[in-house]
Structures are given as C-alpha cells and as structure tokens.
Design a protein around this ligand. Structure first.
Ligand code: 6R9
Length: 648
C-alpha cells in the first residue's frame, strides 16, 4: 500500500440490537470488556479456569522473549480429557456429542460416553503403532467422526496432528508430511462427495513414494471401495482400533506441549506450518466458543459447516465445542447433494440452534434463490455466525432475513489460522450489530488499525489491521522456521502482529475488514478496497456475488475490473452493466466505478471458499493464468475465460 490510507467509502447505516431475551440470559455481558481492560492477564487466567488442569498454572504469560510466547507454562493438562472424559465424569455421558450426517443419508449419533471409548481405543492403537508423545501424525480424512476421534487420540497421547484437507493433491500431502516429519498417516479408503465415493487413499499411496519416515498408514473404511494395500505398512482402523481396550489413562501434558500443526496455503512460497500448543489454545477456543455463540450445552444444537482440514474445523468443530460439552452436527458432504436445500434440511432435522458458516456459502444460497430456504423449518436457529472472508452487508442482511427469520443476531468473526481462535466479533447478547462489520476485539484481545508508519489511524480511517498484545491461542512459531515467523508477522510493525488484512475504523471505532492487503487497488493515487466495491455490487438486486481486481492501467495506475455472478432471475445486458457501474458510483463515489464489469457463472475460489483474485487479475491484464493448484475446481478458469469476449 502507498502512504495514502484506504479510502473509507462504504456507508452502512443499518443497525440491529440484540434480542432482549438473548441479552437477558447471555453467557457473556458487557462487563467482560471492562474486566478484561482492567487486567488482561487476570482475565485470561480466569478463563483458563474453564478447563480442568492436572496442575493448575500459576504463571499466565511469559513474554520475556518476544515474539515467542508461553501461556500458562507451569500448568499441565490433557486436552482430550477436557474435551471428552470430564463431561462423562460430570454426568453428561449420555449427551450426544456428534450427530453425524453422511452425504448418502446415513447417520450416527455418538454420545460423550461413546466418544470417550472411541478416543481411548484410538489412543491405545496409536501407542501400539509406536506413536509417542512429541511425534507428528498426518490426518487425511473425510468429514466423518473418525476425524475427530483421530485428532483427540493424538492430543491424548501428546502427539501433534497435522490435518491435511482431503481435497489436496498427493504432492500437497507429500510436502506437508515431509515438513512435519510425520510418522503415521491416518486416512480412509474415501468419502462421499457430490453423490459418489471419492477415493482418498491413492493420494497417500502416491505421496508416500515421495517421502520417507512414515511407518504406518491407518485406514478407515468408509466407502468400501477397493484400495491398494501395502503389507506391513497399512493397517485397517476397524481391525486395530476396535480391538483395543476402552480404558486409556490421560497423561497430563505441559501447557506448551505442541497440539497441532496446520499449514496455511499462502499465495506464494512454501506452505507455512502454523504451530499451536495446548493450554492457551484450548482456553481461548473454549472461551470464544462459549462467548461468541452463547452456547448453552444442555439445550443448543450447534453446527459449523467448515471442513476439519481448516482451522475453523479445528477450533469450532473439535476443540471449542467439545471442550464446552456441546451437541453438534457434522455433515460429510456438499451443500447441493442431492438437492440445493440439503443444509436447510439438516437444520430442520436436528433442530440446529447455532449455525456457523462462510460468506461463500451464503452468497451461493442467495444465487440459488430465496424460495429454497423458505421450504424448510429453520425456526430453531437463534445465533448465526460467519467466517472466512469479509461478509458483504447485503449477504449479511440476506442471511438474517432468509435463514434467521429476521431476528437472529449475526456474529461476523474475524480470525486466522495463526490466531487460533476468534479475535474480533460482536457478542450476540451485547453488541448492536452492523451488517458487514466484525466490530470489536473480544474481551482480552487488543487490535487496532495503523498506517504505513505504524501510527494508529483515527476513527473514520483505514489502514492495516494489527494485534498489539499477545493472546493465549496465538501461533507459537512456524514449524521449523522461527525466523520466518518473526519476519512474516512481527517485522512489518515493530512489536505488533501484522495480520496481512486491510481494515478501517468507523466513526464509532468499530472495525471493518477490507480484504488481504495484497488485493487492495491503487486507482489515481487512492487505495480502494476490493471488499467495498464487491459489497456495493452485491448491494444491487441483480448481483449474487462479485470479485473485483485492479488491472494495470496507463492513465489511472490501476483500473477496477469487476467479475459478477447474477442472481437466478437477472439477465446480462448492456443496460444492466451500465446500471451496475452507476450503482457503484452512487454507493461509493465516482472513483470506485469499475472500468469494466464482466458477467461470469463461477469465480475462482480456494478449497476453503476464499476468492482468488490473483487469477482474475491475470485475466484482466491479459496474462497467462498463474498457479491454480489451490483452486477448489481447476476447470473454473477455463469456464470463465470462455465466457468473456476474446479481447477483454
Ligand atoms: C478463520 C480463517 C484467514 C484470513 C484472514 C482474512 C480472512 C477470516 C474473516 C476474514 C473478514 C472475517 N477472514 N474471517 N475477513 N472478515 N470475518 O478463515 O482462517 O483460513 O487462516 O484465513 O481470512 O483475510 O486474514 P484462515
């Protein structure tokens, strides 16, 4: 970004107060902000008491060697015990932990008592395979309960898991197995995707021709399809795990014992292995899940639609909800299999009360049409969450109207793989929400927006989002590369964590996320956020989704090029394009009017649903399209190109 701060263009005046009933019985009230700002460390020490410690910590934060933090360093705990056993000991063994819904329609309910047995058996099995405390285990599974069991079994014995998303290629898996130096891989024959079995094990077989050090492959049978078998290396889960004892004593591990490594895709360079440890991570995952979703474990049915291969799945399917004793839904498949109402059907079937999903899915629902959710009973829902990308105000309002019956609070949660847990978000019983804003750092978290010279910007201005104090679930380093950890996150602004996102503070000091700084456009000397232009476009009734990029331009430096997907009934025409340009001009000002608008039927997205603007920039600038290996669907770029006129 240049010295010019991000233009503060979007004005969003809609406000939604928390429902009175929710506010009256909310888990966390406004007092938490005051309490935390009075003594941040005392606040976190108190939150750590949500957990069951084998040895209570006496020390909260050791920041004597920044940016390398230690939280609760003299405490000891077992993360799996906290997520499973203690709920059984508290008399909640019969509570359903997981309502599993397979894509073909098979379902299983697993209680906390059953989960305890499964995790104990799996822990015994891992130890029988020679996995010990401090080892790394790669997990490459579909969204099935065994994924949760595998992660907790690792946590139980003190081995770090490295979950690799099931959609990644053999090469991507190989590089991650190698970087983490994993000893065991846990996979499945396959899973169900889009109505048919989709194989997983072949990618592991291929990956293991490229890396050494893996002694065994533990294979869950999910689809029953034929698989290649390497005798002596491959072991069936149902043969080994099912034969184990359901007794397994949870050892107390250090608070700073590595819990997992999770690779961030990163747009360039070698993937970064983000390292998270135990006590601080679990404290913040547990606190935020309780506070942000107002979880009432005895009555709520919670559903996070993320894949376990992403950090959202780690913190808000496994560690947050289970540490809090939640009942949750886990769904294996895709949102349109066998029909576009599948997700709503699941909400109705289980009486889901809290739904946590991503803007990409919300915009897809908008595109499919309002009539689809209207066919289902969604009245059980009481809190809705969003994560992964900035949510456009119009998508936010649609979510509230069409999924939340016009009354559920929406929590737009900003965080990253690196932060481990939610950092900026409304609280559903406290915050008067603003569509499109994540609003305020949670109690105990310090965030602000700075300019190029690291000066805090005044309210009403934009710049870079930074975190100014260490937090319990922060990454501890990049696995095997401390220097890269320092360089990537702590060097841009002295003593502050640089998140890589643009943001602005509104007149009330509330934070609005404006997308990755790499995506910001520079038009005639003004920094303009892609997010704001996209939100203006999605604010037009004909547009469901859009992606905006800055393309090199001889006169303005960069020119705004927009790609739009129309809503079900709208048709592409010259009048519509002119109308869209004028609409952006009216909403944001003439400077933000796109020079070109191109109608397409798909946008390039990563496997976790984030728009890859870099590839659209290649198209807009008439270049060969760059590296597409992290695309969810590799055919999308060809499709988009075929939909555009030959000469830009
Ligand atoms: C949790 C997760 C992190 C990046 C982050 C930002 C974007 C996530 C957001 C959001 C605006 C939100 N992001 N949540 N942007 N509003 N509520 O997605 O982790 O995959 O590491 O991505 O996602 O750009 O920096 P991760």
């Amino acid at each position: 970004m240049s010295n010019e701060s991000l233009a503060n263009l979007l004005k969003e005046e809609r406000r939604f107060a928390p429902p009175a009933e929710l506010a009256a019985s909310a888990n966390v009230t406004a007092d938490a902000y005051a309490q935390a700002s009075e003594d941040r460390l005392a606040f976190w020490a108190e939150q750590a008491r949500r957990l069951s410690w084998a040895v209570e910590p006496t020390e909260t934060l050791d920041w004597s060697n920044p940016p390398f933090a230690k939280w609760f360093a003299d405490g000891k705990l077992n993360v799996a015990y906290n997520c499973v056993d203690r709920h059984v000991e508290a008399g909640n063994g019969d509570r359903v932990a997981i309502h599993f819904e397979g894509e073909p329609g098979d379902s299983r309910a697993i209680t906390y008592a059953q989960l305890k047995d499964e995790v104990s058996k799996a822990a015994n099995a891992l130890q029988q395979l020679g996995v010990a405390k401090g080892d790394r285990v790669a997990v490459y599974l579909p969204m099935i309960p065994e994924a949760v069991v595998a992660m907790l079994a690792c946590a139980r014995i003190g081995a770090a898991h490295s979950v690799v998303f099931g959609g990644f290629s053999a090469d991507a898996v190989a590089s991650r197995i190698k970087d983490a130096d994993a000893k065991l891989v846990i996979t499945a024959d396959g899973g169900y995707r889009r109505g048919k079995p989709s194989a997983l094990k072949p990618a592991i077989d291929e990956a293991l021709t490229k890396v050494d050090g893996v002694e065994n492959v533990l294979v869950v049978r999910r689809t029953g399809e034929e698989v290649a078998w390497t005798e002596g290396r491959d072991v069936w889960w149902h043969e080994l795990v099912d034969a184990q004892s359901a007794e397994h004593a949870p050892e107390a591990h250090d608070a700073e014992q590595p819990l997992f490594i999770l690779y961030t895709s990163g747009t360039t360079g070698k993937p970064k292995g983000i390292l998270h440890t135990s006590g601080g991570y679990l404290t913040q995952a547990s606190f935020t899940h309780n506070a942000v979703f107002d979880l009432k474990p005895a009555t709520d049915v919670y559903w996070c639609t993320a894949d376990i291969g992403w950090v959202t799945g780690h913190s808000y399917i496994v560690y947050g909800p289970l540490s809090n004793g939640a009942t949750q839904v886990i769904y294996e498949g895709t949102p349109d299999t066998p029909h576009q109402g599948r997700m709503f059907e699941i909400v109705q079937k289980y009486g889901v009360t809290i739904l946590y999903t991503a803007p990409t899915l919300i915009r897809t629902w908008m595109k499919w049409g309002d009539d689809i959710p209207a066919q289902f009973d969604l009245s059980s829902l009481r809190v809705l969450g969003s994560v992964g990308e900035p949510i456009n105000p119009e998508a936010w309002v649609w979510y509230r109207e069409h999924i939340g019956a016009g009354k559920t609070p929406i929590v737009d949660t900003w965080w990253q793989t690196e932060t481990g847990a939610i950092m900026i978000s409304p609280l559903p019983g406290v915050t008067e929400t603003k569509p499109g804003s994540a609003q305020r750092a949670l109690p105990g978290i310090a965030a602000t927006v700075v300019d190029d010279e690291a000066r805090e910007v005044p309210d009403g201005s934009g710049g870079y989002l930074v975190l100014t104090e260490p937090w319990p679930s922060m990454l501890r380093t990049i696995w095997g590369d401390d220097q890269r950890y320092v360089d990537t996150y702590w060097s841009r602004f002295e003593g502050r964590y640089f998140a890589g996102d643009g943001a602005k503070k509104d007149e009330d000091g509330d934070i609005w996320l404006l997308g990755r700084v790499d995506d910001v456009m520079l038009v005639s000397g003004h920094n303009i956020s892609t997010t704001e232009v996209e939100s203006a476009l999605v604010g037009h009734p004909a547009v469901a989704e859009s992606a905006v990029v800055g393309a090199t331009d001889a006169t303005t430096g960069q020119a705004i090029v927009a790609f739009v997907i129309l809503r079900g009934t709208a048709a592409d025409s010259e009048e519509l394009i002119a109308d869209l340009r004028n609409h952006v001009g009216r909403t944001l000002g003439p400077i933000a009017k796109p020079k070109q608008i191109k109608v397409v039927s798909e946008l390039p997205k990563t496997r976790s649903g984030k728009i890859m603007r870099r590839l659209l920039r290649d198209i807009a600038e008439g270049r060969e399209v760059g590296d597409t290996t992290t695309l969810a669907d590799s055919t999308v770029m060809n499709l988009i190109q075929s939909q555009l006129p030959a000469a830009g």
